[in-house]
Design a protein around this ligand. Structure first.
Ligand SMILES: Nc1nc2c(ncn2[C@@H]2O[C@H](COP(=O)(O)OP(=O)(O)OP(=O)(O)O)[C@@H](O)[C@H]2O)c(=O)[nH]1
Ligand SMILES: [Mg+2]
Length: 186
């Protein structure tokens, strides 16, 4: 059990590219939402950020977005506000190949002065949508959002971000379109 981290799944998106709610899309008998949730099931407290009543996931609390429709950076602000631990594990709904081992590797890479821990894809760089964040980021995050910033990759300063290389590339598979899902099924 990961007692010192709270898991959050940000599920407030519109799935415009997918064309239907991708949280409910099924891969190998489980929904994408269930698959991400499964990777985080060892977290002591688990919270879904989504419009009220939209999803229910056994073992997961639900909280509403503080800034509905403003994207995953706003979802992260909501997560940090609801965290009762110093660290949160923050994930999107559309990363169906994440595993407990992925998160354990990130948890072990925390350092006393880091505010985020992110896995690095060899071609695409740091992966902020399946990453750890420290609650001390909250005031700066709120300021950034108030100033109009919406890019999740801006959430943590690079000098305070611990980077983890060498995780299996399949961990990063991200489903944005029906083709992305089809290519996993074939
Ligand atoms: N809480 C919250 N999460 C969001 C919001 N917008 C997107 N997300 C989530 O952020 C993650 C990554 O976002 P995208 O891949 O862009 O998903 P999306 O916005 O539903 O899809 P598109 O409409 O195709 O961009 C997914 O888990 C989304 O549910 C939002 O406004 N609030
Ligand atoms: Mg989007």
């Amino acid at each position: 059990m990961w007692t010192d981290v709270t898991a959050f799944i940000t599920a407030g998106g519109q799935s415009r590219r997918f064309g239907a709610d991708k949280a409910w899309a099924v891969l190998a008998g489980s929904t994408l939402l269930e698959r991400v949730a499964g990777s985080l099931s060892r977290a002591g407290r688990r919270v879904l950020i989504a419009p009220p009543g939209k999803y229910s996931l056994p073992g997961w609390e639900a909280v509403a977005d503080g800034r509905p429709g403003e994207g995953p950076l706003a979802g992260l602000e909501t997560a940090l506000k609801h965290a009762e631990t110093e660290w949160v594990a923050f994930a999107g709904v559309d990363l169906p190949l994440l595993t407990p081992a992925y998160w354990e590797t990130l948890l072990q890479a925390r350092t006393p002065d880091s505010q985020s821990v992110q896995a690095v894809h060899p071609a695409r760089g740091p992966q902020p949508l399946a990453a750890l964040y420290h609650v001390s980021l909250l005031p700066d995050l709120t300021r950034m959002l108030d100033a109009g910033e919406r890019r999740l990759r801006q959430a943590a300063p690079p000098r305070r971000t611990a980077l983890v290389s060498g995780l299996p590339e399949r961990s990063f598979v991200n489903v944005n379109t029906p083709d992305d899902l089809n290519s996993l099924q074939s």
